[in-house]
Design a protein around this ligand. Structure first.
Ligand SMILES: O=C(CO)[C@@H](O)[C@H](O)COP(=O)(O)O
Ligand SMILES: [Fe+2]
Length: 215
């Protein structure tokens, strides 16, 4: 059974409270919150005031995905805005060990994301310190993109490394996840499926989440 993290990026921002409350009643495990700064990625989403507003209504833990440069500057703000998990990008953190420590010191679970071109081996020295690794299955910056097939291989490799080292971090996959690829992602080792447009563009998001969760 997979854990499901619907991405609020695909919600109706004019009805954010309604959509968060819908997720509260769903089988979703987390609410995935995508933060984009227009620098690390070519798009701007929203910042901590909106994250705080989501948290005001959410009864599920916030899984905050920071697609921003120099994330250390804002870790405390996102903790205060309700983050339970904070993901930073490997590609945005020259001092990743320090960043991960800062997240832990805040009492938040640390997670690191890898862009599609970054090999999983780049995290080998830091895996014991992580509670989650996020494998991007699209290039970050936008919802609604096409799933990159090489992701299965990356997840398989990371899962092998996890077993070899006897670690228990979660493997999350993010981008273009739907009912066609979910099963194979879980079979290859994914534990958490992020789904934005597949959930929010479906006619019955509650059923879509329940279906995804069966994988
Ligand atoms: O981090 C990102 C995109 O950069 C994701 O979380 C997307 O928001 C997922 O949306 P879909 O690909 O499922 O529509
Ligand atoms: Fe994301």
């Amino acid at each position: 059974m997979a854990l499901i993290a619907p991405s609020i990026l695909a919600a109706d921002f004019a009805n954010l409270q309604r959509d968060v409350e819908m997720l509260n009643t769903s089988e979703a495990d987390y609410i995935h919150v995508d933060i984009m700064d227009g620098m690390f990625v070519p798009n701007i989403s929203f910042g901590f005031p909106v994250c705080e507003a989501i948290n005001r209504y959410a009864t599920k833990p916030l899984d905050v995905h920071l697609m921003i440069e120099q994330p250390d500057r804002y870790l405390e703000n996102f903790k205060k805005a309700g983050a339970s998990i904070i993901t930073v990008h490997y590609e945005a953190c020259p001092h990743l060990h320090r960043t991960v420590q800062l997240i832990r010191e805040l009492g938040v679970l640390p997670s690191v994301a890898l862009n599609p071109h970054t090999p999983v081996e780049m995290l080998s020295e830091i895996l014991p310190d992580l509670s989650q690794v996020l494998i991007m299955s699209v290039n970050p910056g936008f919802g609604g993109q096409k799933f990159i097939e090489n992701t299965y291989r990356k997840i398989y490799k990371l899962n092998c490394i996890r077993e070899e080292l006897g670690l228990d971090f979660k493997i999350e996959v993010d981008g273009g996840v739907n009912n066609d690829n979910a099963r194979f992602l879980v079979e290859n080792g994914a534990d958490v499926l992020v789904a934005g447009s597949f959930v929010f563009n479906s006619t019955n998001p509650l059923e879509t989440i329940a279906e995804l969760r069966k994988n």
